[in-house]
Design a protein. Structure first.
Ligand SMILES: Cc1cc2nc3c(=O)[nH]c(=O)nc-3n(C[C@H](O)[C@H](O)[C@H](O)COP(=O)(O)OP(=O)(O)OC[C@H]3O[C@@H](n4cnc5c(N)ncnc54)[C@H](O)[C@@H]3O)c2cc1C
Length: 439
């Protein structure tokens, strides 16, 4: 039996597998092929994959493609994105997980059953595919549902692929009265038109292709995008509703990635959030594998991190939705402009005890919080801020070089202490700023 059994090898499952094997845990990862899809990865999503050592996955990601945006009646060029063929990316992610030392099983999980002091995944004939002491659910939106804690407006993405002539990669986003569209062109000539609309009136599966063609006929830019191209297969629908579920944490189970929370594609945060969550989850699982009594602390960490990543993505999506002002009374736009409801007030500057990641484990530490950094900052340049602040409080400056003095007292290099001190002053925690030193 492995230490950890991961179900699903998308960005979340594969990155977690690599992190856990790097920490010395034995990992079994069971995943099956995914449906065709083309997506655009943000620069920081690719950076996260690189940081996790997913070299094969990064190699499948195209160069940064130009993205044009037709929104609120204006055409702009906004950032760029890395276009990826998701089945190709996911196959590479599984190779990366295997290279990292995980045992990768290519199969579809039908059920999960308790087994001894762990869990086993079985196929639809009841054969064991893999087993582990700790179970991680990472099957994305296809994972068996857990209770929803927060749900955005119901959204549906209907996509169709076309084949045209090879050319430069590029993408475009455009808004219309009842939704928005995403257009992608891959260098091999494939083109994709994805229409995102309110999911309250879902066309029947058999009518999707006709529905998609009708939508395109009202969008000249989309029609131009595929002019001269041949359809490659029928239109496919994907649920695109933003939803935060329970992370389902117990001493031997956790949900990660889209299985825990899935974001609105307009936020552009999907793969980034899955990867960021996998990094955080690695520390949570690593802690519980060695110390089950840490469960309440890990629970706090998981809850805060999930809520925060979901809120960031929801807020990013909301900004884009509110920028479109031409159809405030159309249900699609009015529902999304009103979601999420106003975020909680920003915290005041101060010091709070938080569950944080320290050396790949969850620990409780004092962090410095500001309205701009509500989550709090533990360290700058590897120098923990709270002990530095406490030293400053106990032993006020005697003159001379501060970084030199405090670096000696804390046993830290003065140049890094200088950067941490500058951060404290800039954020009002040291004289010269606007705050006092006491917690
Ligand atoms: C319409 C739409 C468009 C999107 N566009 C973008 C975009 O452009 N950019 C972006 O960053 N994000 C985008 N996203 C979000 C992105 O797809 C997800 O957030 C991200 O892939 C989540 O990663 P994950 O690893 O949690 O899950 P997934 O990527 O869904 O991976 C789950 C894995 O589990 C496997 N699996 C599923 N069921 C089983 C089973 N029974 N047995 C074994 N394996 C199984 C799947 O094959 C898959 O490999 C989009 C989402 C939608 C719905």
């Amino acid at each position: 039996m492995a230490d950890v059994l991961i179900l699903g090898g998308g960005p979340a499952g594969a990155v977690l597998a690599r992190r856990l094997t790097a920490l010395g845990h034995e990992v079994a990862l069971v995943s099956c092929a995914r449906r065709p899809a083309v997506e655009g990865l943000s620069v920081r999503a690719v950076e996260g994959l690189r940081r996790a050592g997913c070299a094969e996955a990064v190699a499948t990601v195209g160069a940064l493609a130009m993205r044009s945006v037709d929104w609120n009646g204006r055409r702009t060029g906004l950032n760029g994105e890395h276009l990826v063929d998701r089945p190709v990316l996911d196959a590479a992610l599984l190779r990366d997980a295997a290279t990292g030392g995980a045992t990768v099983i290519h199969a579809a999980v039908a059920r999960v059953e308790p087994m001894g002091d762990g869990w086993r995944a079985v196929d639809d004939e009841g054969a064991t595919l893999g087993a582990g002491r700790f179970l991680v659910e990472a099957r994305g939106r296809r994972a068996p549902n857990a209770p929803a804690r927060e749900t955005g407006p119901r959204s549906l993405a209907v996509s169709r692929s076309y084949q045209g002539r090879p050319g430069p990669a590029g993408s475009a986003a455009l808004s219309f009265a009842d939704g928005w569209g995403w257009l992608a062109a891959l260098p091999d000539g494939r083109r994709v038109v994805q229409v995102i609309t309110d999911g309250t009136e879902i066309p029947a599966r058999a009518d999707l292709t006709a529905w998609h063609a009708a939508a395109i006929s009202t969008l000249p830019q989309a029609a131009d995008w595929i002019a001269g191209c041949t359809p490659a297969g029928a239109a496919e629908a994907r649920d695109a509703t933003a939803i935060r579920r329970s992370a389902g944490l117990s001493a031997d189970r956790l949900r990660i990635g889209d299985a825990a929370f899935a974001v609105d594609p307009l936020s552009g945060h999907g793969v980034y959030a899955a990867v960021a969550w996998a990094f955080a989850a690695a520390a949570a699982v690593n802690t519980l594998l060695t110390d089950r009594s840490a469960l309440p602390l890990v629970e706090r960490f998981v809850e805060e991190r999930c809520t925060e990543l979901f809120a960031q993505a929801a807020a990013a999506g909301n900004v884009f939705y509110r920028t479109e002002e031409r159809w405030p009374d159309r249900p699609f736009w009015s529902r999304r402009a009103a979601w999420p409801p106003a975020p909680p007030p920003l915290p005041e500057r101060g010091i709070r005890r938080r569950a944080v990641v320290v050396n790949d484990r969850i620990e409780e530490r004092p962090v410095l919080v500001t309205p701009a950094l509500p989550r709090g900052v533990l360290a700058v340049e590897g120098i923990e801020l709270w002990p530095l602040l406490a030293t400053a409080k106990e032993r006020p400056d005697q003159g001379g070089d501060l970084a030199e003095q405090w670096g000696r007292r804390l046993g830290q290099p003065p140049d890094r202490v200088a950067v941490a001190l500058a951060w404290l002053a800039r954020n009002g925690f040291l004289p010269g700023g606007t705050s006092h030193l006491a917690p």
